[in-house]
Design a protein around this ligand. Structure first.
Ligand code: G3P
Length: 218
């Protein structure tokens, strides 16, 4: 399973990159706004800066919601760097745009996915990645992991090559469960990735090893 970090914060991206386990980055308009990145030029420059930190797929989302504008915007985003993946919302024009991007050699990430039916459409259109939003499904008292497992099963039966990118991950257990359910990629906040490190028995065991070493060696 690939690990992406889900943030537009360059500090957090650098910290995740320093771990040596990072495969890519996802952003969205809310995450860009959170970092105070506004205006087309600044947004483009920010994506370029991310591409310079991480040698992996970087999702950059279109703001347009009509087909023609999505194509123009996606072409501009894709021209920033060869690692840019154009993120497109799961709407009718979005599916048309993904289909066009696929035929024209531009890779895509279909976002805001909440059902298996949407996942089938995106795969048919040739999306490179599909982003089901686990945490937001859980928020409304459904099971986000059931959705990942259902899509993984359908894609395996049908031989679709679209990669399942589990998104809206909120905690380390989401990462473990998404891996179990068959996600190809997890995009996570840095806190969830670092949360995977934690186990009290690791801390207790390490303290004991160091204490025993000190006793024996002075
Ligand atoms: O990858 C999508 C993600 O950024 C959404 O997460 O926590 O806002 O549902 P969240």
């Amino acid at each position: 399973m690939k690990f992406f970090v889900d943030t537009a914060s360059l500090d957090q991206i650098r910290e995740a990159q320093d771990l040596g386990i990072l495969d890519g980055v996802t952003t969205n308009p809310s995450l860009m706004a959170k970092e105070g990145i506004t205006g087309e030029d600044n947004i483009m420059a920010h994506y370029k800066a991310i591409c310079e930190i991480v040698d992996g797929d970087i999702s950059a989302e279109v703001i347009s919601t009509d087909y023609e504008s999505m194509i123009k915007e996606g072409e501009k985003l894709a021209a920033i760097h060869e690692n840019i993946v154009v993120k497109v919302p799961m709407i009718k024009d979005g599916i048309k745009a993904i289909s066009w991007f696929t035929k024209n050699g531009i890779r895509t990430n279909c976002t805001l996915v909440f059902s298996a039916g949407q996942a089938i459409l995106a795969a048919k259109a040739g999306a490179t990645y599909l982003s089901p939003f686990i945490g937001r499904v859980d928020d409304i008292n459904w099971d986000g992991m059931d959705l990942i497992a259902q899509i993984a099963n359908i894609y395996a039966i049908q031989g679709f090559s679209t990669e399942i990118l589990a998104a809206s991950i909120r905690n380390p257990l989401h990462i473990v469960k998404a891996a179990e359910a068959g996600a190809d990629v997890c995009t996570c906040p840095l806190s969830a990735i670092l949360g995977l490190l934690k186990h009290p028995l690791t801390d207790i065991g390490l303290a004991q090893f160091l204490a025993d070493h000190k006793k024996a060696n002075g």
